[in-house]
Each structure stands twice: as C-alpha cells, then as structure tokens.
Design a protein around this ligand. Sequence first.
Ligand code: AMP
Length: 297
Amino acid sequence: MSDPASSHSIPCCLTVRDIRSLVAPWRQAGGRIALVPTMGALHEGHLSLVRQARQQAERVVVSIFVNPAQFAPHEDFSSYPRQLQRDLDLLQTVGIDAVFTPDAAVMYPAGFATTISMTGPAAAGLEDASRPVFFNGVATVVAKLLVQVAPDLAIFGEKDFQQLAVLKQLVLDLDLPVAVQGGPTMREADGLAMSSRNVYLSEPERAIAPALHHVLQNIKAGVAARQAVSPLIATAKTELEQAGFKMDYLVLRDAVTLGEWHGQLQGRLLVAAWLGKTRLIDNIAVDRVDTDRHIKD
Ligand code: AMP
C-alpha cells in the first residue's frame, strides 16, 4: 500500500489488492463496513454521507475516482476539479478508516471489455436523455467498487436522485450483498445544492443559481395548496429561462419508479438546467397532501 498523502494517518489504497487486504481483517472481526463512493472535490454534501456511514458502520471507506466511463467526449472529464490533498484533509476532520483512490489503469486495465447496461430507472428520460453514456458508466464503476471493497452498506446522495434509484436497481438485479442507502441533499445557505461543479459558476451565475431550488419549493407549495401541476411547472420554467437558465428538464415524477406521476403518494420534482457552461441538477420530495385528483390536470 502506498500513501500519496504521508502527512495523513488515513490509509490510502491505490490498488484492488491493497483495499482488499486492508478490509479483510475488519470483515473477519465482524464489524460493519460502509463505502461512500465519490469523485473527489469533496464538500459538505460528501462529508454528510460519511457521517451517516459512521453512524451505522464500524469501518468507513471513501473512494475517490473520477470515472472516465461516465463522461461523454464533450463533457468535463479533463476539467473536473481534482484536489486529492484537500480531500484528504477534509476526510481527516470527519475520521474515516481508508481512502481508496484507484487510477484509471487500475479500474480499467488494458483489455477491459465489460459494461453494465441498464434500463428501468436508468432510462427514465431524465439524466439519461442528455447523458446517454452516463448511467452505464456509473453502474459499471459502482458494481466494481462494490465487488472490490465488499461493503455491507453503500451510501449515495439524494442530490443525484436518478442515480440513487439506478444503483438500488443495480444491487437488486445483480444480487449484490450490500444495502444501498440515500443521504439528504446538503445546501448552501441560499438553497443551492452543494456540488463539485459549483466552482465552474461565475460570480453572476452563482448569484442566479439558487433560483433552481426556489422554483422547486414554489411548485411544492403550489401542489400543497392543491394547484394544478402543469401550470406551476410552466411558470417555473419561464422564471428560470428569464433568470438566464437554459432548461433541460423540470418534471414531477413518481419518487419510487421515476415514471409518470399520477397523483401517487410520493412524488419527486427533478430539474436540470444549464447556467452558462455549467449544468446544474436538483430535486425535492413532493408528497401528495390528499386524495383529490384535481391537483393533476
Ligand atoms: P460525486 O463526487 O459528485 O460523484 O458525488 C459523490 C456522492 O456524493 C454521490 O452519491 C452524490 O449524490 C453525493 N452528493 C453530491 N452532492 C451532494 C450534496 N449536496 N448533498 C449530499 N450528497 C451529495
């Protein structure tokens, strides 16, 4: 095991062999092991997942891997923020048991030939509509991480709500012996969902960005007041476009299946929009308040 951050006491594993031999005695000792997969550029959202993991497991592993397989050629793989030293400093403050930082050659050695291809929640017409390679890349790398680390529990953020649904399906379909758990979205004081990509925003864009969350809250309040959904969404889209966003989608879906919402008990409002060169996503729960169907027009 080598240690790229010798000033840290957290063991830092670079290879599958290293992480397996570190974790094996923990498993033999009978403790629960939790994994929090990330792409680094850590913020409070990631750390909240780590704290959630610590509450439920004796050992917590955080993986940091910017996964080339989930970026399309025109996407931001090369410019994605990479700051391992700062990430290790932050992880040191919450206290974890290991960091797993494989590089692309470890994850995808020469001759690598397998891709997990998913439908169901991965084909809900949300992120997949504009990012066609995304979920196959995510499913493949997460399946590998789950086999490599073999945790009892893996935690993912609700911030990436479709991704969470996809990964629950993956684990179910492949009979992987791990519990997948979601963690709530951490936000800046003005409501903007924390994201590693927020650093791309210019100062004026950063000032506009919280509007994304505000329109979700307005729609939620409108649904609670029994207003029809379609006009609420149309108004919100107009507001966002006038504020400078270029819309990708803004929809109310069934929170469980991600299919069409027909007044089901648990709904989820999901939005994706561009602000300049930055693509932002957000979502919130919208639970049905009564049995009236008139709120769905
Ligand atoms: P990423 O590094 O962006 O791939 O994210 C790693 C994990 O952190 C994923 O499970 C994300 O859903 C989760 N995550 C990202 N942003 C947030 C946030 N603001 N609050 C909670 N979890 C988050």
